[in-house]
Design a protein around this ligand. Structure first.
Ligand code: FE2
Length: 317
């Protein structure tokens, strides 16, 4: 088959067992109409499917998340994508580590390998197309030459439409244990961390600097979803649109240190966040990332406004 120009197939680190993607997440909220409004305004392609909402990004076939109804907002499960010829290896690996296999949760038609992590989070490893990127994602930082207008007119600025999910950050009472579990059981790698407060993990087959991250809290919970956009202008336009629609609380514009992405976080109706992220670092399948332990002042943000008081509050606790 002739390779399509500009198309890069799934990258893979040979001979090692590891998930390649966060395939999708699922959480519940008391009123899915509220979720439909928030994520729709955020710029996602939100659709009703039975009694669920699906979260897609425009122009991308992948479903990044589903939302159901429950008594209060609660992160419910996360499915990780693996290569088809690794599933048998994962099955044996889970058995060797004495990780108890479970039936799929009610309402799920996915028959991957289901189990719980040390915090009780329900996880699945399933065969899936690699939805994590196979190369560094493009980022536009154009400077306009003399005698031309650089900025867009506000009246003609397009709505911000994120291109894909980049990562999910969860709360845990035990960050070192999260590192241990997600590296040993799921075959991820530690990118960077700060003591026992925060840790960032990437996929071994090529992924963003973090596909999943953990921050310390008294209890498990979900802190944010992060959505990739193509420029700082898109971050700003997205933030302004959300402000116009009444979603005024959040944090940004700023730049992270670990992961390097420019960010603006919008607080959702349940106290957690969705992040517009641009230019996050990328770790190739062939790269042995030189990460490490960084002091708090060098691990959070390079610049940005003061951090809101409840930014790291766990509303699911
Ligand atoms: Fe993030």
């Amino acid at each position: 088959m002739t390779a399509m120009q500009g198309f890069i197939g799934a990258t893979r680190r040979p001979g090692e067992l590891g998930i390649h993607s966060v395939d999708h997440f699922h959480f519940v909220v008391p009123d899915i109409a509220v979720a439909q409004s928030f994520f729709g305004e955020f710029g996602l392609d939100v659709r009703a499917k039975g009694n669920l909402l699906t979260l897609n990004t425009f122009g991308h076939p992948h479903t990044w998340g589903t939302i159901g109804e429950g008594p209060r907002k609660k992160f419910s499960h996360m499915s990780f994508g693996a290569f088809e010829d690794d599933i048998d290896g994962f099955s044996k690996h889970l058995q060797a580590l004495r990780v108890k296999r479970l039936d799929p949760p009610q309402g799920s038609d996915s028959n991957g390998l289901w189990f719980r992590d040390y915090d009780g989070n329900l996880l699945e490893i399933k065969v899936a197309e690699k939805s994590s990127p196979n190369e560094k994602t493009s980022f536009s930082q154009m400077s306009i030459a003399a005698d031309q207008r650089g900025a867009p007119f506000r009246s003609t600025m397009p709505r911000t439409r994120p291109r894909r999910l980049t990562h999910v950050l969860l709360f845990t009472p035990d960050v070192p244990r999260a590192i241990e579990f997600y590296t040993h059981v799921l075959g991820m790698r530690l990118s960077d961390y700060s003591g026992d407060k925060v840790a960032f993990l990437h996929g071994i087959h090529g992924s963003d600097h973090h596909m999943i991250a953990f921050a310390h809290s008294d209890a498990p919970g979900h802190h944010h979803f992060s959505w990739d956009v193509g420029s700082v202008d898109e971050i700003g336009a997205g933030a302004m649109h959300m402000l116009d629609k009444g979603f005024s609380k959040g944090w940004g514009l700023g730049r992270h240190v670990l992961g390097s992405n420019y960010f603006h976080y919008v607080q959702d109706p349940w106290g957690s966040f969705s992040e517009y992220a641009a230019d996050i670092d990328y770790i190739s399948a062939t790269c042995d990332w030189k990460g490490g332990d960084h002091p708090p002042e060098d691990s959070f943000y390079a610049w940005g406004p003061n951090v809101p008081e409840d930014f790291v509050h766990n509303y699911e606790a």
